[in-house]
Write a new protein. Structure first.
Length: 80
C-alpha cells in the first residue's frame, strides 16, 4: 500500500468458503462479493458497480479492437 507517508506491504488474504476449492479462493471471493453487490443493487441499497451499460461499453470496445486489428485502421468504439 502506498500513501503519502510511504509504501508498506499488507497481507490481504481472500475469504475462505468451506464449499470452495482452496486453489480458487480468490475467484470465489470475488464472485461472492459481486453477487452481493448486485443483490444490494436490486434491493435499492446501492448502485451496482457493474451495469448493463458498462457491459455494452466493453462489448463496443472489444469489437472496435477487433475491427481495428483486422482492417489496420483507427476505430472509435462509439462509432459502432
Amino acid at each position: 500500500m502506498t500513501t503519502k507517508e510511504g509504501a508498506k506491504t499488507v497481507q490481504a488474504d481472500p475469504g475462505i468458503y468451506t464449499w470452495a476449492d482452496p486453489d480458487y479462493r480468490l475467484v470465489h471471493t470475488s464472485i461472492v462479493a459481486c453477487n452481493q453487490n448486485l443483490l444490494h443493487s436490486l434491493q435499492g441499497k446501492v448502485t451496482a458497480e457493474t451495469s448493463g451499460e458498462d457491459n455494452l461499453k466493453t462489448f463496443k470496445l472489444i469489437h472496435a479492437c477487433y475491427r481495428s486489428s483486422k482492417n489496420k485502421e483507427l476505430v472509435y468504439p462509439n462509432s459502432l
